[in-house]
Design a protein around this ligand. Structure first.
Ligand SMILES: C[S@@+](CC[C@H](N)C(=O)[O-])C[C@H]1O[C@@H](n2cnc3c(N)ncnc32)[C@H](O)[C@@H]1O
Length: 255
């Protein structure tokens, strides 16, 4: 089922999905002076603070097994049923996870708000912006179709969270160390690398026939210069807004 999807697609995640320190800094700022934090969908521990008291919640054993030794062990749990009391922590965070919560998405987001006294920080994508990136627009409209079903919009998240919400754009740097689907804006060659593609759910969840079709088309366009003609200008950019958003809901803040 959905909560253990990453038991199938999470193998090798830690290899290509390394936390980008610049995004980590935005998350850290969002968490403010919180001393106690719950990290939901904590995965391999990317972006998890190391200088605060953390409770990590993660349903997939395959992901939890890739957590570095220095981090707290992740409790086996899920967003829809957080084993925590109301307002029992200073802050809650969920990084690139909410779109996997399926039928418990709304409830899980409300759970984040329920258990935290202070900020809730959610890192997610604005699907309509991501849809314009060449990989989705030219090769994989199927990814956008799935994303539209699974990603709540930033506005929807704000409504579920209630109160004051601030949404920060985070243009993805060319040298981003966290190889998400959207980070491929700058690296078409990387899409053809199975280890890179396999650790992004957007590609890993595709019907293999669809993925093969897209890979063949992209390989052809790279070989004959079509990609370069259409998108080569991107090679000159340092960063690009591929839809990554940091949603910060803070009862005490000035959002
Ligand atoms: C793309 S990974 C992100 C992991 C980590 N937060 C990071 O930034 O690298 C998504 C994570 O959400 C977890 N997840 C899936 N369904 C979940 C649910 N219902 N509740 C909590 N986490 C869930 C997955 O097992 C996976 O570890």
């Amino acid at each position: 089922v959905a909560a253990t999807r990453y038991d199938e697609i999470g193998l090798g995640y830690a290899r290509t999905r390394r936390a980008d320190p610049r995004l980590a800094a935005v998350i850290e700022r969002g968490l403010g002076d919180a001393r106690t934090v719950v990290n939901v969908g904590a995965g391999t521990g990317s972006y998890e603070p190391t200088d605060r008291y953390v409770i990590a919640i993660e349903p997939s054993d395959v992901m939890a097994a890739q957590r570095p030794a220095g981090l707290v062990p992740a409790l086996r749990g899920r967003a829809g049923l957080l084993p925590l009391r109301d307002a029992s922590l200073d802050a809650a965070m969920a990084v690139l996870s909410v779109h996997h919560w399926d039928e418990e998405t709304e409830h899980g987001v409300r759970e984040l708000r329920r258990v935290a006294r202070g900020p809730v920080v959610i890192v997610t994508f604005d699907v309509e912006v991501c849809a314009r990136m060449w990989l989705a627009a030219d090769y994989l409209p199927e990814v956008t179709a799935t994303d539209r079903r699974t990603f709540p919009s930033p506005e929807q998240l704000a409504e579920w969270l209630g109160g004051r919400t601030r949404v920060e754009r985070w243009p993805i740097p060319r040298d981003c160390s966290d190889w998400t689907f959207a980070s491929f804006w700058a690296h078409p060659e990387r899409v053809l690398d199975e280890r890179a593609a396999g650790a992004t759910s957007g590609l890993a969840r595709l019907d293999p026939a669809v993925r093969d079709r897209a890979m063949r088309a992209l390989a052809g366009d790279l070989a004959d210069g079509t990609w370069e003609t259409r998108h080569g200008h991107l090679r000159g950019l340092d960063s690009y807004d591929a839809g990554l958003r940091v949603v910060i809901n803070d009862p005490a803040g000035d959002a």
